[in-house]
Design a protein around this ligand. Structure first.
Ligand code: FES
Length: 322
């Protein structure tokens, strides 16, 4: 791992995007151009309490003078979003990395199905803005939220340029009123699907796209609350062939536990979507929490950045991750 390089950016604007979602506009202190990004990219910011959090960039990549973030204040998370929303104000200077993209928009003549749930709209609106700006017309945004008040960018998505390109569905928080994606996903026509949202939405889209080419389906996970679950327990990882064992405590990933004892391991998204940390699962019952492995692959591999164990011990072979 290389040390993180931080840029100092100024908070030029802070204003609510929707109930519980705060918008931030970050600019260079000298007002100049920022490092370029592509749609789907995120930056990591350091909160006032020193926590590092990844937030997607919502603006059109053609806008080089600022980064737009939408941060959902999540009281059930690990504290990063609450700290950022409550304690970062206009005029403050924050540490932020250069943009990085684990969710890039592939060139695709057959078009795009862009699916967003809740705050997952931030990379999706960047993609939609970029496609409009570059004259790509064969895309459609499906955006699922609880109600109009919790819907960021509602006005923009209602504007004439997005007419017939955006479907917004409010489910009132009732699973029985969830949007039915099957008519959208039943017949692949060469499009690429990009999905960012809560775990339940991404699982549903994953289940409904099993008959699509896997290279056409793209996920981005974002929720810090979902990284830990109340019923998580500690477990043991035993490495093959060395026999080395270590405990993975609650609140620590296998990846972090292994790094803490000196292993150098590849990772990228660290949210179970990119496939970089794929590791051979020799034995034990994994609690798979990724969106990268197929059902068949789950019998042999585990994504150690998010997945845990259902059995007291997992035996792993790090050879496939090095
Ligand atoms: S680092 Fe991307 S899936 Fe683990």
């Amino acid at each position: 791992m290389t040390a993180t390089e931080w840029n100092r950016l100024v908070v030029a604007r802070k204003s609510p995007l929707a109930d519980g979602i705060m918008g931030f506009e970050l600019r260079a202190p000298n007002g100049g151009e920022l490092p370029a990004f592509t749609s789907g990219a995120h930056i990591t910011v350091r909160t006032p309490a020193g926590l590092e959090r990844k937030y997607s960039l919502a603006n059109d990549p053609d806008e080089r003078d600022h980064y737009q973030l939408g941060v959902k204040r999540d009281p059930s998370g690990r504290g990063g979003s609450v700290d950022f929303v409550d304690h970062v104000n206009e005029g403050d200077v924050v540490d932020a990395t250069d943009p990085r993209n684990d969710f890039p928009l592939a060139a695709n003549k057959a078009g795009y199905i862009l699916i967003a749930g809740g705050i997952g709209v931030t990379p999706v609106i960047s993609m939609a803005r970029h496609l409009l700006t570059t004259g790509v017309v064969n895309f459609h945004v499906y955006y699922v939220t609880r109600d109009p008040d919790s819907t960021a960018f509602l006005e923009e998505f209602s504007a004439p340029e997005f007419r017939r390109k955006v479907t917004i569905h409010h489910d009132g928080g009732d699973p029985a009123k969830a949007f039915d994606f099957w008519p959208v996903l039943e017949r692949p026509k060469g499009q690429h699907v990009y999905c960012c949202g809560p775990r339940g939405l991404m699982d549903a889209v994953r289940d409904m796209t099993g008959h699509w080419p896997s290279s056409a389906i793209h996920f981005e996970a974002f929720s810090e609350a979902e990284a830990n679950r109340p019923d998580d327990t500690a477990f043991i990882v035993r490495l093959r062939p060395s026999g080395e064992t270590l405990e993975v405590p609650v609140g620590t990933t296998i990846l972090d536990a292994l790094r803490a004892v000196g292993h150098t391991l590849a990772s990228s998204c660290e949210s179970g979507t990119c496939g970089t940390c794929r590791t051979l699962l020799v034995s034990g019952e994994a609690d798979h929490r990724d969106l990268a492995l197929t059902e068949d692959e789950r019998e042999r591999y585990i994504m150690i950045c998010v997945s845990r164990a259902k059995s007291p011990e997992l035996v792993l072979d790090l050879g496939s991750n090095l």
